[in-house]
Design a protein around this ligand. Structure first.
Ligand code: ZN
Length: 206
């Protein structure tokens, strides 16, 4: 499914995270699913939308959990991309892929084709979680920080922190989001109201 021109949604099946294909002439992929052969779903979608696999230059990982990074070896083999990830979540992959990794801190601007993403550090679900926001397109890739319909990322995994998750959602409240593209569940419009619901939910349960 195409979210907007230049952004394709590959829904996560089973244990796999959602994956997003961003750009055309230059392509960045956001998250990698759980298993190396999951890359075949992405290749199928690229074929369907007439995108060349040679244009894939960047793989951006929203955080370290296995349902988002388990597929990385398959993506590396298929696309030979540079991998972008927050430094606080990067240790596991850095041991294997150091030479192709660029470590993020938050606050950077990451360009993919015509898109210019703000990297927002959003710890809470994991220490090095990030969201990617494109202000001109009003699109937010929220990883597992918030999901559609007021859902939030769990904080009971290693490095999770309820207070930090609330602070992170507060960062997202300041954005103007039309398209919310989370790491699991569906893509929705009127992202602002979904994020507000996530915030209310987090304040209620934590
Ligand atoms: Zn996660």
């Amino acid at each position: 499914m195409q979210v907007i021109d230049g952004v394709i949604f590959v829904p996560g099946v089973g244990f796999n995270s959602n994956i997003y294909i961003v750009g055309k002439e230059e392509i960045g992929i956001i998250d990698a699913g759980a298993s190396p052969n999951y890359v075949s779903h992405v290749l199928e979608k690229m074929q369907e939308f007439n995108l060349s696999k040679n244009n894939v230059k960047k793989l951006i990982l929203t955080h370290v959990h296995p349902d988002h990074i388990g597929g990385v070896p398959g993506f590396v083999q298929t696309f030979d991309p540079t991998i972008y990830m927050h430094k606080e979540d990067a240790r596991v992959l850095y041991q294997r892929f150091a030479d192709r990794m660029r470590l993020l801190e938050g606050g950077e601007t990451l360009t993919i084709d015509i898109f210019s993403f703000q990297v927002i550090h959003t710890p809470g679900h994991s220490p090095g979680g990030i969201c990617l926001y494109e202000p001109r397109k009003k699109i937010l890739f929220s990883g597992d920080t918030v999901f559609s319909y007021g859902n939030i990322g769990r904080t009971d995994l290693r490095g999770g922190n309820q207070m930090l998750l609330i602070r992170s959602i507060e960062k997202l409240l300041k954005l103007d989001v039309e398209y919310l593209c989370p790491g699991h569940m569906g893509v929705v419009r009127d992202g602002n109201s979904h994020i507000r619901n996530s915030y209310s939910f987090a304040k209620m349960v934590f």
